[in-house]
Write a protein that binds this ligand. Structure first.
Ligand code: ATP
Length: 301
């Protein structure tokens, strides 16, 4: 069963486009990243998933239930972290979480609240008004995860968290995911998706560019080779490097060319030719995404 299924989802704010014709599915147990630059439509989509915004068009199914159907139990199976977390400043962290746990019919001590707060180094005895932005975000994360939801939807969970806490946060998410929790989160930080997610959806200007498996992106990526040979001079023609890459070039004593697909035959050929030194680089997800982005933009001009 899919944890999330979205079909033809659109939202217009008056005449202004929020998102248009967004469709994707997230399988149960997946770690799914939703990535795009500012204003791409991530929060708009997530707020529709959480029924905080009414779609202009489209269908949403969460954990097998269409959002049109009444299901009082659905709420307790889902955890949500909004992009901006706001709480009553007079309450302390403990009280906020107790209140949230009660809403799911749980006693705070029977939830994961204490464990998660400790791991994220959040002091629950302090008043929310005294929390920094980062601490408010941590409180939101605890609230989202404390009841061990089947599906966690997190809108930009890492913004405002320092790198050590981010590291612990992803560690925690991995453990919860191994125990069966489906994770869906938005970000504009590509390295987070690259390290953590199974699949990623790219959104830009309200439209879904594509949904890819993170490892497939890595597989079909181009590799950039920078090679020097024992023999000096430009060997592009003699070694037919221009057959591997028509744009192969010789610069400052180095041969530079790009290859897609398996690299083993290339390595054999280089070894036979008497390679002296070799560098192989892979474009990051960020470079691939930006390439997609610029190709898309150029196509529109
Ligand atoms: N309440 C609103 N009224 C009018 N336009 C809105 C409203 N909320 C969002 N938008 C517009 O919808 C588009 C998508 O915004 P959204 O907040 O969903 O993007 P986002 O990807 O979450 O961005 P960010 O990373 O900056 O949070 C933007 O052009 C934004 O200006």
């Amino acid at each position: 069963m899919d944890a999330i299924s979205v079909s033809g989802l659109s939202k217009f704010y008056g005449k202004k486009l929020g998102v248009e014709q967004v469709s994707f599915t997230v399988s149960k147990g997946e770690k799914f990243g939703f990535i795009g630059p500012n204003g791409a439509g991530k929060s708009t989509t997530i707020r529709m998933l959480m029924q905080l915004l009414h779609p202009s068009a489209g269908e949403i199914t969460l954990l097998g239930k269409s959002l049109g159907q009444e299901d009082p139990e659905l709420r307790s199976k889902i955890g949500y972290l909004p992009s901006e977390v706001e709480y009553d400043g007079d309450m302390n962290g403990h009280q906020v979480l107790k209140f949230a746990a009660h809403a799911y019919g749980l006693d705070l001590k029977d939830t994961m609240a204490q464990e998660i707060a400790e791991r994220l180094q959040l002091d629950l005895s302090r008043k929310v008004r005294d929390y920094s932005l980062g601490n408010r975000k941590k409180l939101g994360i605890v609230q989202c995860l404390q009841h061990r939801p089947e599906l966690a939807v997190l809108d930009e969970p890492t913004s405002g968290l320092d790198p050590l806490i981010q590291h612990e946060f992803f560690h925690l998410l991995s453990e919860l995911n191994s125990a069966g929790m489906t994770i869906f989160f938005s970000t504009h930080v590509l390295s987070e998706v690259e390290k953590f997610c199974d699949r990623v959806a790219f959104i830009r200007e309200g439209r879904l560019l594509r949904v890819s498996r993170v490892d497939e992106i890595a597989e079909r990526m181009l590799r950039k080779f920078t090679v020097t040979f024992r023999e000096s001079g430009d060997l592009i023609e003699r070694l037919t490097l221009n057959k591997l890459d028509p744009e192969a070039r010789y610069e400052h004593g180095e041969h530079i060319f790009q290859v897609s697909g398996p690299i083993e035959p290339v390595l054999r050929m280089l070894a036979d030719a008497g390679v002296n030194d070799l560098r192989v680089e892979r474009p990051s997800l960020e470079e691939i995404f930006m390439k997609d982005y610029s190709e898309h933009t150029e196509g529109e001009e």
